[in-house]
Each structure stands twice: as C-alpha cells, then as structure tokens.
Design a protein around this ligand. Structure first.
Ligand code: GAP
Length: 453
C-alpha cells in the first residue's frame, strides 16, 4: 500500500500523469524532446490553480505587493549587469570515448560514469539560451531567453515606484516562463529546460532585511501547507557559505521530500542591494528610493522568495498520491486540496434514459457556473468513481430515478467515500461549504447520511 510520497515512485507519478492527461512528453509524436513537457487538459487546470493560489495569497491579499508581467527577451545588457553573461554557468566535461557530457560538479568518479572512458578537462558552459534579434545573426544582435523572471522586476523598479507611489517595504511579484539550457535534467518536471517561476522581489530598508527574510521564510512555508502539502514533507535548508550565489547575503531552500529525496522546491534569498546597484551602474539610471523620514536616498535591500510552478505541481502530485485497499481491490486516489483539484465536482447520471439525463444536465449546468465540473456517463458507476478518485475530484454527485421523484441527489466524498443524500436546491451551497473545509459529516437542511451505491 502506498499512502505517501516516501513510498510512491516517480514512475507511478509519471504514469498517472500520462494516463489521465495531466502531463505528456513534449512533441511526443516525434519521439519526445528531452526535458520538455506539455501540460494536458487536467495538468493545465492544476497549474492554473497553483498560479492563482499564489497570485491571490501573494499579490491580491497583501497591501504591500503589486504584480508585473515583463518580456522574456530583454536588453542583452540586463544579463551583463546581473552577472549572468559572465557567471551563469556550470562546469562541463566530455567523455572522449562515448562523447556523453556531464556536469563536473555532479561526478563522483574520475572516469565516464557511462563507459568508463577518459574525460576532458572541465570547461564553463553558460546556461542561457541564445537567440538573435532581427534578420542578421551577428554579435550585435545576440539576445537571451530569460533564465529567471527576477531581472524583469529589477529593471522596472523605478517604473513601479513612480506609478504606484509605493513606500518601503513593498514587493513586486511575477509569474512567467524561464529557460535554462540545463546539462543534467531529469526527474520528470523537476528540472527542465523550459519552466515557469513565481518570483517576488521584496524591497526593504537596509537594516530591516533580516527581519523580513525571517518573515518570508515562514510565510512561504505556510503557503505550501495552505495548498495541501504536508508539513512533514517540507523543510528549510540554509545554504552553506560556499553554495551562496554571487548576489546572496543569505539563502534558504524550502525542500520537499520528492521520490528521489529531499530537493529544492523554492529558494529564498537575501539579495542585499546587489541588483539595483548593478542596474543603476550599468544603465546610468537612479534606482534609489527617497526616504521621507531621513530625507536621504537609499538603495533598498531585496528579499527574494523564488518558486517553481512545475516543481510545485510535482510536489502536489507526489503528496496527494495514495493507494488504498477498497474491498478486495486497491484504489488509487489523488487527495489533492480542493483549491488545486482540476475538477471540484463530477456529475454522474446513473442511467442514460432521458428523464435522468435531463435532470443530470440541469444539475451540471447549475454547478459549472460556480465550480469546475466534469460530466461523466460512460461505464459503470464504480469505474466512474475510480476515474474521479484518480484525478483528484473531491466530490461526485449521482442522479438516479429517485431524483426525479424526491428532487434529491447523492453526494460522495472522495477521501472517506461516505455519501449523503440532499435536496438539489441545497447542492450548490453544500458544495461551496464542503470545498471551503466544512466536515462531510455536517448535514445540510433536508439531508441525510446514505449508504448509496
Ligand atoms: N531568481 C532566483 C532564481 O531563479 P533559482 O534557485 O535558480 O533562483 C528558483 O530558481 C526556483 O525556480 C527553484 O527553486 C525551482 O523551483 C525553479 N527552477 C529553477 N530551475 C529549474 C528547472 N531547470 N526546472 C524546473 N524548475 C526550476
């Protein structure tokens, strides 16, 4: 039996994701493209739910945050100022025999781990994807796909300050695609070459940075538990001095217990005043904040909680995956938090006869106005429940011949498999309450517990 991610293998997650339409290999009909993935009909919903939950909690629910959406291709000087052109690289070695490439800092042997052949000396390999702007492919037209969304925020610092009149401390958040020509990929969507980030740059007065750093460590951990990831599968790990990025004064990773072990889900760094100073120096623009109290211009310090959408999706799938005994079979359930589940409810008519279908269609139309709803009338009710369990739908509504007489339907809870019978006109409000965390045992007016099907 598998009841948590300590036991679930990555193969099971990949297989479920493929089988049920969460995530497919990119360009699959051409044999797939290494480390690129496509989100299917259910995956795209999960991904949107993750991004919406982040935006709601980090931007809309806070007075001290605003959002931004900056371009992927930026002025090449951005990446000189940020240090990416000179420093965003990994040491790479080639096998002289089989020609495979490896990251030198990931190797545990002197020779090629694939064939035992001799390896070349390490050379630095820049991880940024290069492209050219315009029709001429020369040095002057080189541009890069951004390797992080953060720099789009820094270069807009003055624009945001001038248009919003924000005062320190305040932050800017952004969600968007980033690209890295990673040498070592793998572990499904954990490390890919094209991925999505959710980043905050939080600007504070120098001297207040350590207090805000602690605040964000806690805030971000709480966010992951608020979307249903178990606390015991999350931990903070401080970077050693020799691990710190060139810009960081301090940094912690929020790690998750993935099937391959504890690995980074999010990085939270104290970037001090590195970026604003660099961009001010390289662009010649004033990127200071005028502090009314002290009547001085200050370069704010920056706390950066930087998260990956794809890694969050992977953590959610691993955390939610369960295999449970059900009579003499095993049922697979994705116990996703309702805010993350692709469908909140499924409508399942117990007959394809017209009056039942009419009633089911009416219920479906009413529910889909408020909730992401699935309609499924194919195969036996048992198989339909299994399907919904496996894709994480928290509630199923069945409509039967009795529904036509008593105007009631049956509501089934994914996790306990308990059922209750309730009047159709109480269905929307009951679902809203249950999705908001109300116990399944609480009965609506006119409802009763039900042994059902
Ligand atoms: N602006 C800081 C920054 O980009 P990072 O630790 O390199 O920091 C932040 O990246 C987050 O982005 C990581 O914690 C991870 O969730 C995600 N991420 C980074 N590289 C990734 C990759 N190749 N594939 C998927 N997610 C990645």
């Amino acid at each position: 039996m598998e009841d948590n991610n300590n036991k679930v293998s990555m193969d099971k997650i990949v297989s479920l994701a493929r089988r049920r339409g969460f995530i497919f290999p990119s360009s699959e009909i051409y044999g797939g493209l290494s480390s690129c993935w496509d989100y299917g009909p259910l995956g795209v919903e999960v991904k949107r739910n993750v991004k919406n939950a982040w935006w709601q909690a980090m931007i809309h629910n806070r007075d001290d945050m605003v959002g931004l959406d900056t371009s992927i291709i930026m002025h090449p000087k951005v990446w000189e100022a940020s240090g990416h052109v000179s420093g965003f690289s990994d040491p790479l070695v080639d096998c002289m025999d089989c020609k495979q490439r490896f990251r030198a800092d990931h190797l545990t042997t002197e020779n090629c781990p694939n064939c035992g052949g001799k390896l070349t000396q390490p050379r630095q390999f820049n991880l940024m994807f290069k492209t050219y702007i315009g029709p001429v492919e020369d040095q002057a037209s080189i541009a890069y796909l951004r390797p992080e969304t953060a720099q789009g925020i820094f270069v807009n610092f003055a624009n945001v300050l001038n248009t919003t009149r924000k005062k320190l401390p305040f932050g800017i958040g952004q969600i968007g695609k980033s690209f890295r020509n990673e040498i070592t990929t793998g572990n499904f969507i954990f490390r890919s070459r094209e991925f999505e980030q959710m980043e905050i740059e939080f600007f504070v007065k120098p001297g207040d940075d350590e207090t805000w750093f602690k605040f964000w460590l806690e805030e971000r951990l709480n966010w992951f538990t608020s979307i249903g990831i178990r606390k015991e599968n999350l931990k903070l790990r401080q970077h050693r001095k020799d691990e710190l990025a060139h810009y960081a004064k301090d940094c912690y990773d929020i790690e998750y217990l993935f099937p391959m072990g504890w690995s980074e889900l999010e990085g939270i760094a104290n970037r001090a005043d590195f970026d604003l100073k660099q961009h001010a120096a390289h662009s010649g623009n004033d990127l200071t904040f005028f502090d009314e109290e002290s009547k001085t211009h200050v370069v704010p310090y920056v706390i950066e909680p930087s998260s990956g959408v794809d890694r969050t999706v992977l953590a959610l799938l691993c955390d939610a995956y369960c295999e449970e005994p059900d009579k003499d079979e095993i049922r697979t359930v994705l116990k996703l938090h309702p805010s993350i589940a692709p469908y909140k409810v499924a409508v399942l008519p117990l007959s394809r006869k017209e009056p039942v279908v009419d009633c089911a269609r009416k219920v479906y139309s009413a529910l889909r106005k408020s909730f992401s709803t699935s309609y499924d009338d194919a195969q036996s009710i048992g198989r339909r429940y299994r399907r919904q369990d496996e894709i994480g739908t928290p509630y199923c509504v069945t409509i039967d011949f009795d529904s036509l007489e008593d105007n009631s339907v049956t509501l089934r809870d994914r996790d306990s498999m308990r059922q209750l019978r309730l009047p159709i006109d109480k269905l929307c409000s009951t679902l809203a309450a249950k999705l908001n965390g109300e116990s399944f045992e609480v009965l609506p007016a006119g409802g009763k517990h039900w042994l059902g099907f």
